[in-house]
Design a protein around this ligand. Structure first.
Ligand code: NCD
Ligand code: ZN
Ligand code: ZN
Length: 485
């Protein structure tokens, strides 16, 4: 075998504009064995088994959506791993992290193993699984770590799936355990006591319109929860990630905690940037989500935070439900959330086209930052030699109208129906293989892999170790042993 045949690439993508977090360059990309072999001038590319012409297209690292609910196992009428990852593939998303509010919740080693098996058998794209960090499963946290999770999820406030919210004492102890593991904890950061009390009072008063849902969850629920979580993270050294930032007000405790050096990151979703209470009467019930879409004055500050980096990640909180579950008259019985994994990229590219931000800034929040904060960089979230060839090939000039009936998600109901976008992923590649090509799904069911195997979080940075419950109880039992001897 001569050197030339050894260097034959599986695929060379020619003529595209390659987007990194800092620059857009005209380059070709050679791919071999699922990884990027070379990026550079077309004349420098090795021979390839397949050449793909991407003239006029932008080549982006596939989006990493760190917040989806694929409902499998548990709610096959809402979504499953096959339909959810098909939706992701159509959205230029090459990796998702799935939340633990499935049935049963992802709270122990056996359930995690079962979910890994289901996902591996059906997924078109790569995935990570969250393990639940709850008051009832403190004892099974080691099993979750052994089984391979991308991170933890802690529900500070109630939401779909009705997973009990740990009180502050339990949260501190759970953060202690999380800190020692080095894994990041994603937070549904809304104060449970305030929301439950308000909801109960509103229900008792017979108020059940959709604005009552908003009234039960004023921004203070998020301000309080983000602030408290930041203090507990600062004390324990736990790494935390604030999900679905919905209000201008919660940005203050986020920014302050970052300034103090707390390992805290933030995420928002297109609906908090592009929708507001002005849309409530247009899509009643459908728009209901936790935390709620708020008054339009919140949009600008959230945009600013996303662009200046206070918010690190754009994700979707893809939360599919059936139409019947979204259109009930009593808001308290409506299932909260809607699909989004498929529409995030076109919605955000539309904003790129409108001049809201550069396409490099978009890549930073959709791929580079999530890869870094979850320990996957540079295998994921980058187009560099050696990186996994996870790629979204997008046509920035393509105009498209989002139609609920056309989306891949099993949940054909969203507040985006009828929305016009400009900028569309046309092909999606996962580890060198097309999973979506020319807006058609490929025969790639089961191609997806769990990314926890390549995850490398920085070393844990435990603080106040001597005050942890584990340290205290270990000290006490050592003391008792001395007394007995
Ligand atoms: C999510 C769901 O349906 O699982 N719903 C939502 O309104 N966001 C749960 C969550 O993310 O809070
Ligand atoms: Zn949530
Ligand atoms: Zn969610």
């Amino acid at each position: 075998m001569n050197a030339m045949t050894a260097m034959t690439a599986d695929l060379v993508i020619r003529n595209g504009k390659v987007v990194s977090p800092d620059a857009v360059i005209e380059a070709s990309i050679a791919i071999k064995d699922g990884r990027i072999l070379a990026i550079g001038a077309d004349s420098a590319m090795p021979p390839a088994k397949e050449v793909f012409d991407a003239a006029g297209m932008h080549i982006l690292p596939g989006a990493i959506d760190d917040h989806v609910h694929f409902r499998d196992p548990g709610y096959p009428h809402k979504e499953d791993w096959e339909s959810g990852t098909a939706a992701a593939a159509f959205g230029g998303v090459t990796c998702v992290f799935d939340m633990p509010n499935t049935i049963p919740p992802t709270a122990d080693g056996d359930i995690l193993a079962a979910k890994h098996a289901i996902a591996a058998s059906k997924a078109h794209i790569d995935f990570g699984l969250y393990g639940l960090l709850g008051d009832e499963n403190l004892a099974t946290v080691p099993e979750l770590l052994d089984g391979g999770i991308i991170g933890f999820k802690l529900y500070m406030g109630n939401t779909f799936g009705k997973i009990a919210s740990p009180d502050t004492g339990a949260t501190l102890e759970l953060f202690e355990v999380a800190a020692a593991s080095g894994k990041r904890v994603s937070l549904h950061a809304e104060n449970n006591d305030i929301m439950e009390r308000r909801q109960k009072r509103l229900m008792a008063a017979g108020i059940h319109d959709q604005f009552a849902h908003l009234a039960a969850r004023p921004p203070v629920v998020a301000i309080e929860a983000v602030s408290r979580a930041a203090i507990l993270a600062e004390w324990t050294g736990a790494r935390i990630h604030v999900l679905h930032i919905s209000s201008a007000d919660e940005l203050r405790p986020l920014r302050e905690a970052k300034a103090r050096g707390v390992d805290i990151t933030g995420e928002t979703c297109p609906h908090y940037l592009m929708l507001s209470t002005d849309d409530y009467t247009r899509v009643p019930g459908v728009i209901a989500v936790n935390p709620p879409v708020r008054e339009s004055r919140n949009q600008e500050p959230i945009w600013r935070a996303l662009i200046d980096g206070a918010i690190d990640v754009i994700a979707t909180d893809h939360a599919p439900h059936a139409p019947e579950e979204k259109t009930r008259n009593d808001i308290w019985t409506v299932d909260c959330g809607f699909p989004g994994v498929e529409t995030q990229m076109p919605l955000m590219l539309t904003e790129v086209n409108a001049g809201r931000m550069s396409i490099s800034a978009y890549v930073r929040m959709s791929a580079y930052n999530p890869a870094r904060i979850w320990g996957l960089y540079p295998r994921k979230g980058a187009l560099l030699p050696g990186s996994d060839a996870d790629i979204a090939i997008v046509d920035l000039g393509r105009e498209h109208t989002i139609r609920d009936a056309d989306i891949q998600s099993r949940s054909k109901i969203s507040p985006w129906d009828g929305r016009k976008v400009k900028g569309l992923p046309i092909h999606t590649i996962v580890r060198g293989r097309f999973v979506m090509k020319d807006r058609k799904l490929m025969d790639t069911k089961g191609w997806g892999q769990s990314v926890h195997k390549i995850q490398q979080m920085p070393k844990p940075q435990v603080r106040n170790a001597e005050h942890t419950m584990q340290a205290i109880t270990a000290q006490r039992s050592a003391g008792r042993r001395e007394q007995i001897a």
